[in-house]
Design a protein around this ligand. Sequence first.
Ligand code: PMP
Length: 413
Amino acid sequence: MNAQPATLPFDPLRYRADFPLLARRVNGKPLIYFDNANTAQKPRQVIDATEAFYREHNANVARAVHALGAEATSAFEAVRDKCARFMHAPSRDEIVFTSGTTQAINTVAYSYALPRLQVGDEILVTTMEHHANIVPWQLVCERAGARVVAAPITPQGELIVEEFIKRLTPRVKLAGVAHVSNVLGTINPVRDLARACRARGIPLLVDGSQAAPHLPIDVQALGCDFYAWTGHKLFGPTGTGVLWARREHLAAMPPFFGGGEMIREVRIERSTFADPPHKFEAGTPNIAGVVGLGAALDYVEAIGIERIGAYEHDLLEYATAALKSVPGLRLFGEAARKAAVLSFLVEGAHAHDLATLLDQEGIALRSGHHCAHPLMQFYGVPATLRASLAFYNTRDEVDAFIAAIARVRKLLG
Ligand code: PMP
């Protein structure tokens, strides 16, 4: 890729050419990939970096004195610096590599929350959270006799901030909120929520899975305590992710996973642990994946996350207007600030049936509860269809999608 000069209009086709899979045909039709919130496609730069690691540098990290060991360690650790820059973290030592957001949140649940939770305590989330930001809290709350509570949202899909703040009582030991909802696309006002939490001494965890591919992330400006994201939605390999946490939290947290790489000294009776972040990285990490993640960050940075966000916003407005013109279509999530995610239902068509027929047209989108049961309950539906866009998607694809909905709908009668 040669990133376009920022002065030129954004040309998705130029970037699209970097993604081999997007050239595929599916069911005899050109693929239209609208399932980016689920996982994004990978540019050849990421595929090449991962392959080059295995072909030329493969060795374990932080163990061997031989040349390959040193190369692998420096390639792996260089990505920690990139992640710190990407998130504007004050220190590389605050970047913990994980297998994804799910592992990151579980780490905070077991290492930070569980030792602090007492009977009657609460963890506050919102109705729009992904199960990854609900279930880990339930598991540790059950052990401690605490409970998970949720702040409500409006029918448009916006968090009711006053209700969130009202629930920040002394019982609450931690709050967790999605930066961007994976179903509604809503961008939550994390900075305001973090300020309210801080004023009450309550740490805030932000689930940034759906934000990292679309928005600039600045953990210092946001003022949160923990920020988790996943590499595979940011055009990187699966099984990669990051937990950022304030240094003082990481220092005070006991490790959750034990094993090699995370210790200082081991005796049969007891062990002492390495400093963060290594204290939280037991065992052999996904080294090639992390190297690929570094290539994904380089790729996104070369285009510019602001330019990506601006183009996607334009595409979102175009797709929203187009979808709204479909008779009998119900759109879920009309927040004033939202990322390029469109959840909807079409009158008279089951979500799965429509998704199956659209797949026959080469269109990949998700149908289901999107790992957000409480949100589905709020709207009183078992499932929605979700089209989630990336910077390599185009208006032509949106047009083809709308035309396909009209065609397949006739089949459903
Ligand atoms: N939170 C949100 C908002 C998500 O969209 C996802 C992925 N669908 C996750 C958490 C979990 O991410 P992962 O499966 O990569 O751990």
